[in-house]
Write a protein that binds this ligand. Structure first.
Ligand SMILES: Nc1nc2c(ncn2[C@@H]2O[C@H](COP(=O)(O)OP(=O)(O)OP(=O)(O)O)[C@@H](O)[C@H]2O)c(=O)[nH]1
Ligand SMILES: [Mg+2]
Length: 217
């Protein structure tokens, strides 16, 4: 069984459409929203759509995802609700979780202006550095992933912030987990980004080095 986890913070412009699209392509999916105390109608729209909503403790996307991982006992898939990730590919992620520990939506194409120049440069640096440090080519920032429950236990995640995807990727590589990359197109975002290029860029870099040297049990 797989639970689809949707982290949200003020995403009223896209949460409804995302839920509808997931239901169109997945057979009776279990979906939960983990919300970061949105001040708009995000939670209301999710609940009107019959979705269970839980809340993080205000520390960031990483903490939100960890709350959701703890809340369920299933394998998990998580993705941004902002329209950037291809929902039609979710069945491939669900299938891949039969065989793989970690399934990563590898962003191989950026549609239109999906990533502004500064973000694109940051993304190239991040992926290049990850490859140098971990000798592995995986999209360490992709926000569309599936993780098997047993793998989640092994990862012992601790990031509160936007370092979470890098932590997952780094630990999965170092622990020798079975990783499947599914090529995806990254689309233009609906609504406002929560990613702050400088602060969050530094957080990602810190995670990259921390999980290179940290002793893993
Ligand atoms: N629960 C919760 N969700 C968050 C928090 N911060 C961001 N999110 C959600 O996590 C997802 C990723 O945030 P984004 O703002 O899309 O960040 P990003 O994908 O790096 O940046 P873009 O490329 O601009 O989309 C979105 O669905 C957000 O609503 C938070 O503190 N708590
Ligand atoms: Mg996003």
């Amino acid at each position: 069984m797989v639970t689809i986890i949707l982290p949200t913070k003020n995403e009223e412009s896209c949460i409804g459409a995302t839920i509808t699209k997931i239901r169109e392509v997945c057979d009776s999916p279990r979906i939960i929203v983990v919300d970061g105390n949105s001040t708009d109608s995000t939670v209301k729209i999710a609940e009107e759509n019959g979705i269970e909503v839980i809340y993080d403790h205000g520390l960031g996307k990483g903490e939100a995802l960890r709350c959701a991982f703890d809340h369920v006992n299933d394998d998990v898939i998580f993705l941004d609700v902002d329209g950037t990730y291809p929902i039609h590919s979710l069945p491939d992620f669900i299938d891949a979780l039969d065989t793989y520990d970690l399934v990563v939506g590898e962003r191989v194409e950026f549609a239109g202006d999906a990533l502004p120049k500064l973000f694109l440069i940051g993304d190239i640096i991040s992926r290049g550095l990850f490859q140098v440090l971990y000798l592995s080519r995986v999209d360490n920032l992709s926000g569309l992933r599936g993780i098997k429950r047993e793998a989640l236990e092994k990862l012992s995640l601790e990031s509160d912030d936007f370092g979470i995807e890098t932590e997952i990727t780094a630990k999965a590589v170092r622990l020798g987990l079975n990783i499947k990359k599914i090529p995806i197109v990254y689309n233009v975002r609906t609504g406002n980004s929560k990613f702050r290029p400088i602060q969050d860029g530094i957080i990602v870099l810190r995670a990259m080095f921390r999980y290179r040297i940290k002793k893993l049990s």
